[in-house]
Ligand binder design. Structure first.
Ligand SMILES: *Cc1c(COP(=O)(O)O)cnc(C)c1O
Length: 219
C-alpha cells in the first residue's frame, strides 16, 4: 500500500516529458508488482542475474533497464530482453553487447555513462574518451547497438551548486555529442537524477530520472 501511494503521488508531480525509471534493485517481486499495478512499466536493476530472474517472474511488458556496472561475462543473461543499458562505460563492453545482440537477432539500445562526479569510484567516460569513442571507426562498425544518449551520476554531496554544475556539464556533453548522430536520430536521452538530486537534474535538462529509495523505501 505504501509503495502504491508513493508512486501515485510521485507520478502526479512529475512533468509528463520526464521518463521515470523505477529502480527496483534488491527489492522483491511483490514490490515491483505493486508499482506495476500503479501503471509503472520501466524498472532499473544493477545486477544481470537478478534482472533475469525478475524478468522471468514478472509481466512481459515491463521494460528492463540495466543501470549498474556490467561485466562482459554477464551480458548474455540479459541480451535477449533488456530494453536499455545505461551503464556502458568502456568500448569493450559495447563490443560484447553488440555480439550478444547479433546472437539474439536484435539491436540493443545503450547510453554512454559519463564520469561527472568528483568521487573516483564512479565509472564512465570522460570528456575526451567520450569524444574519441564517438569519432572512432571501431565504434561506427558496431551495427547492433544503438547509442540513444548519455547517463551520469553527480557527487553524493549536500552541495546543491556542485551537483547542478556536474549535471550542467553532462548536459553540455550531451548537446555536443549530438553532432555525431544524424538529424532525426534517436540520440535523445539524458539520464540523470536519483532520489536525492532529481529535482536539480530536471532543472538542468534531464529527461530520464532513476529513482529507487524515494519510491521503494531504503535498501
Ligand atoms: C541505485 C541507483 C539509483 C537509484 O538510487 P536512489 O538513491 O535509491 O534513488 C540510480 N542510478 C543508479 C546508477 C543506481 O545504481
Amino acid at each position: 500500500m505504501e509503495i502504491k501511494k508513493r508512486f501515485r503521488e510521485f507520478k502526479k508531480k512529475l512533468p509528463e516529458d520526464i521518463v521515470l525509471v523505477a529502480v527496483s534493485k534488491t527489492k522483491p517481486i511483490e514490490a515491483i508488482q505493486e508499482a506495476y499495478d500503479m501503471g509503472q512499466r520501466i524498472f532499473g536493476e544493477n545486477k544481470a542475474l537478478e534482472m533475469q530472474k525478475k524478468y522471468e517472474e514478472l509481466p512481459k511488458d515491463i521494460q528492463w533497464h540495466m543501470i549498474g556496472n556490467l561485466q562482459s561475462n554477464k551480458v548474455k543473461y540479459i541480451a535477449a530482453f533488456v530494453d536499455l543499458i545505461h551503464s556502458v562505460d568502456r568500448f569493450k563492453i559495447l563490443e560484447e553487447i553488440n555480439k550478444r545482440a547479433i546472437q539474439n537477432r536484435r539491436t540493443i539500445k545503450c547510453l554512454l555513462q559519463v564520469h561527472i562526479a568528483q568521487e573516483e569510484s564512479k565509472f564512465g567516460f570522460n570528456e575526451h574518451t567520450l569524444q574519441e569513442l564517438l569519432e572512432s571507426d571501431k565504434f561506427k562498425k558496431l551495427q547492433n547497438v544503438q547509442i540513444v544518449g548519455l547517463m551520469g551520476m553527480a557527487t553524493n554531496t549536500e552541495n546543491q551548486e556542485q551537483i547542478a554544475k556536474e549535471f550542467r556539464l553532462l548536459r553540455l556533453l550531451f548537446e555536443q555529442s549530438q553532432k555525431y548522430f544524424d538529424k532525426g536520430s534517436d540520440f535523445k536521452v539524458l539520464s540523470m537524477g536519483m532520489s536525492q538530486d532529481y529535482e536539480i537534474a530536471i532543472k538542468e535538462g534531464s529527461n530520464m530520472i532513476r529513482i529507487g529509495s524515494y519510491l521503494f523505501g531504503n535498501r
